[in-house]
Design a protein around this ligand. Sequence first.
Ligand SMILES: [Zn+2]
Length: 313
Amino acid sequence: MNQDRPRTAMSRRRLLAATAAGLGAATVGLAFGTGTATAASLKNGLWCNPAQGYFPSGGHFGADRGGVPHAGQDITGPAGTAIYAARGGTVHAAGENVLSGRTGYGIVLAHGSGSYTYYGHLNALHVSTGESVGAGAWIGDMGSTGNSTGPHLHFEVHSGGLGAITDPVPFMRNRGVDLGGGWPTLNPGASGETVKVIQRLLTSRGADLVIDGDFGTVTTDAVAAFQSDQGLVADGQVGPKTWPKLVRTIDSDSSPGDAVKAAQTALNKHSAGLVVDGDFGSVTRAAVETFQSVNQLVVDGECGPKTWEVLTA
Ligand SMILES: [Zn+2]
């Protein structure tokens, strides 16, 4: 773990140019162009999820890093994933190794009352020291600078002065933000592609549903019936307890059908562009492998529980 990873000359140049000039999104954002956080990602108007992604194993707060406890929570995603200010404040520092000698290019935001957040391993910085930022402002891009084995955000929370680190996961949860790293929770009334995934998975288990992406009463009843069968609380909500039982491991040996369609629908949510035909052929397998590679998962071409968890996030 934590070996230096060679950077490409190009990403290095882009980074240095961006840093030296202290420029904002207008210049360095061209390579990634991911925009700013939507209002929907802001919780109570104050706090915001800093990055879409999942928790890699060993990336939790306090994890042993060669005798040194890990100071933050890692959130893994594709290089270039937008990083947002978790709360409004002022850029206390932005540059290389501003907080430690290990986390590469990073940003420290000061939120007042001794509260700080830190974002490390970035491959582009969109703010400079002294600048004011609002919650959800696009401040940088996920990367792998510093001691890192692949693109991820190293996110720290300091509460009670710089250096007073605390576990970001419960800290953020107490402020209404789920940092990710787990199965999403979908409630009755939801709509969209993830609901279609749920409907197809239920169909693969015998439910008779129209695949319309609408989490209405018929789908809710089907979820509750499935939960009862599995010995779960039949609340009709698809969350971290229901998902692992609902998904099915599929691969090239899977027979054609709704479970494969569910995976294809989930892959398309991540821009795979597949025909949802229920046939796990070479194109679908390649899409799974690409998804696994981009998301730092084991690349085996099989949709198992971990791949499903990241697919549905
Ligand atoms: Zn880290």
